[in-house]
Design a binder for this molecule. Structure first.
Ligand SMILES: [Zn+2]
Ligand SMILES: [Zn+2]
Ligand SMILES: [Zn+2]
Ligand SMILES: [Zn+2]
Length: 329
């Protein structure tokens, strides 16, 4: 067991993929059935526990894996692949108790980094992922994240992390037009260390949902992230768009999102047939934002068709409240 570069780690994952007999057609992978085949005498069970996502024990005659039943199926798919990577790479260790990779916990442990990055590469291999992501973005596909999460059987969070962790590789493919087989793999740390600045000319986006943010927004209109906080935005090429209700320049929906009529009063706020909001507005009528900070003006402006939250005060939008748009994270 040793330190590995991203390129070395991905090479090992390629070997694992080969050992497991996987091809392009095998995606999305089902980690639990792969573990069943791969572990020596696998005993896979489920239990509800706090904080941990999985426990793996490599016994002499059998391997036991316990997955957290409180986590979603897609999360368990990742958790289980994380344990497959431990099992495959860290052969001199007998047991692992792994903490959930979400929730902002930063783990500096290199074994955990290998298991997380390795699981991400196994489930969402960059050679398949980058061309798909770039083509969906070029088509301006608003459902790119949810589509990619379906294709690879992982949560939206994993897809967004993948975009982040592969930003240098995406840049080489998308901007420099380098063939996917020839791009150089570099970890975030090496990019900083080598002082490669490849992102300066690009857009500012929300660090949580990757939506491009306007200069005058205090909150991300897609996920509600507080943009005044440190590290809440990033500069780069990893932006994505989210589904939206199509609007006309009068900031009213082209047609009623529920009954489809186009025949409502264009300066009104609701459809006269079914009562659905046809204008997207902030639901806060008070004079403080969601953190209690004083607002000089109440929020009475009209929001874009994709806004789940008000960019000024962070409150929910009428389109989100009415269920016309889904929360994305
Ligand atoms: Zn682990
Ligand atoms: Zn956001
Ligand atoms: Zn209607
Ligand atoms: Zn507001």
């Amino acid at each position: 067991m040793k330190f590995l570069t991203k390129a070395e780690l991905y090479e090992k994952v390629d070997k694992l993929i080969e050992e497991l007999d996987l091809t392009k057609e095998s995606y999305p992978l089902d980690s639990v059935s792969l573990a069943q085949k791969f572990f020596v005498n696998a005993e896979i069970t489920y239990g509800a526990f706090d904080g941990l996502c999985a426990i793996l024990y490599r016994g002499r005659r059998s391997t036991s894996l316990k997955l957290n039943s409180r986590r979603s199926k897609l999360m368990q798919n990742f958790d289980c692949m994380h344990e497959i990577i431990h099992y495959f790479l860290h052969t001199d260790i007998e047991s692992f108790q792994c903490i959930s990779p979400e929730g902002g916990i930063k783990i500096n442990d290199f074994l955990e980094w290998q298991a997380n990055e390795g699981a991400a590469e196994a489930l969402v291999p960059y050679r398949l992922f980058i061309p798909m992501y770039v083509s969906l973005c070029e088509k301006n596909e608003e459902t790119a994240v949810s589509e990619l999460s379906k294709i690879f059987g992982v949560t939206s969070r994993v897809i967004l992390n993948r975009i982040d962790n592969l930003s240098y590789e995406i840049y080489q493919y998308k901007v420099l037009n380098i063939d996917i087989e020839s791009i150089e793999l570099l970890s975030k740390k090496s990019i900083t260390r080598k002082n490669i600045s490849f992102l300066s000319a690009h857009t500012e986006y929300c660090a949580r949902c990757h939506n491009e943010v306007a200069d005058d927004a205090y909150f991300c209109p897609i996920c509600g992230n507080n943009l005044l906080e440190d590290e809440s935005t990033k500069i780069g090429i990893g932006t994505v768009s989210y589904d939206s209700i199509d609007m006309l320049p009068d900031m009213r929906a082209i047609s009623c999102p529920v009954c489809g009529t186009e025949d409502f009063v264009r300066h009104g706020y609701y459809c006269h047939i079914c009562g659905t909001p046809v204008a997207n507005r902030c639901t806060n009528s008070g004079k403080t934002d969601i953190n209690g900070a004083y607002l000089e003006f109440p929020c009475d402006g009209l929001l874009d068709g994709d806004a789940r939250f008000c960019p000024i005060c962070g409150s929910e939008s009428t389109f989100l409240k009415a269920g016309l748009l889904k929360k994305i994270i």
